[in-house]
Design a binder for this molecule. Structure first.
Ligand SMILES: [Mg+2]
Length: 314
């Protein structure tokens, strides 16, 4: 029997019992723990990249190592926190090369030092099926300030950082985790909900909508489409249209968040002066009910994780 990833996770985590330290358990970008740190809560996260799934043997191993840590950092950013310490577990293929592993570790080490993360241990094990890297990360967030997926409210403006789509052209390895932006948003603004984009906007936004019990409408004109997605869309017959790529390509690792409509202009203006190098776009609004739709010049269409479902006249 096989289940979709989300069904499987739901099934496996159903019976888990929290203890007195758990502020927020499975189901968000990080777990949130109260371990008695004055004024702070602890964020806790693990992630893995696997040969044959996330990279191939001919990959640049330094970039693979960097990506393994950057994925975790992106999840800490999505909660509004700052990373602190990491454990690194390596699964070693039988025919591993020491130079590859050194390069991989160099990728982890340089990104760790850039963000003040201490690598404090880990584990190596044999894995005949291929190399994998699993990283566990803890971080800190001011108590009560962590951004959740579940806080979106009807009327909220929906924002996304950066440009979307075409990440496979290189950004998926070299992206900058939005640590500064995430913690600034939670410190300076009343963010209602936030997550990072890993599986594509159209699929990921659904997690916020489901957790918050709301629906949403996206404005096609406002979706920030990357140059890579545009370039790929011109590759000829069968190429994915650029907007569809921006909606459904994975591994953007940008921040997706909602704020009350009355705060939207203030957030946009202060972001522009604080982070002039990173685009911020207001791409839609939160609605009553369920479901996700997109408004373009042809009308309103339903959206699912793979793209448009059908047309409806507006
Ligand atoms: Mg995430």
């Amino acid at each position: 029997m096989k289940l979709a990833e989300f069904e499987l996770i739901e099934r496996l985590t159903r019976g888990l019992k929290p203890n007195e330290h758990v502020t927020l358990g499975a189901g968000d970008d990080c777990a949130v723990l109260d371990l008695g740190v004055p004024g702070q809560e602890v964020l806790f996260k693990t992630d893995a990249v696997v040969e044959g799934v996330h990279f191939t043997r001919d990959a640049c191993f330094q970039r693979v190592g960097r990506k393994a840590l950057a994925r975790c950092l992106s999840d800490v950013a999505a909660m509004g926190g700052r990373p602190s310490a990491a454990l690194v577990t390596l699964g070693l293929a039988d025919d591993y090369r020491v130079e590859d592993l050194e390069a991989l570790y160099e990728g982890i080490r340089s990104l760790a030092s850039q963000y003040g993360v201490a690598v404090v241990g880990g584990e190596t094990t044999r894995n005949p099926g291929g190399l994998f890297v699993s990283i566990s990360l803890i971080g800190l967030v001011p108590k009560g300030k962590s951004a959740r997926r579940s806080g979106a409210k009807v009327g909220d403006a929906i924002f996304v950082s950066g440009r979307l789509g075409g990440s496979m052209d290189g950004k998926h390895l070299d992206f900058e985790p939005r640590i500064e932006q995430g913690s600034w948003l939670c410190e300076c603004h009343a963010i209602h909900s936030m997550m990072d984009l890993s599986d594509g906007l159209a699929g990921d936004l659904r997690h916020i909508l489901k957790a918050s019990g709301v629906g949403a409408e996206l404005f096609a004109r406002s979706i920030p489409v990357s140059l890579e997605a545009r370039r790929r869309s011109r590759l000829g017959e069968g190429a994915k249209p650029a907007l569809l790529a921006a909606l459904t390509d994975g591994e953007d690792f940008e921040l997706l968040f909602t704020v009350a409509a009355r705060d939207a202009v203030r957030v946009l203006d202060s972001w522009k002066s604080r982070f002039p190098e990173v685009l911020l776009s207001c791409i839609g609004r939160v609605l009553e009910g369920a479901g996700l739709r997109i408004r373009d010049r042809l009308g309103i269409r339903e959206l699912n994780a793979h793209g448009y479902v059908h047309f409806s006249e507006s």
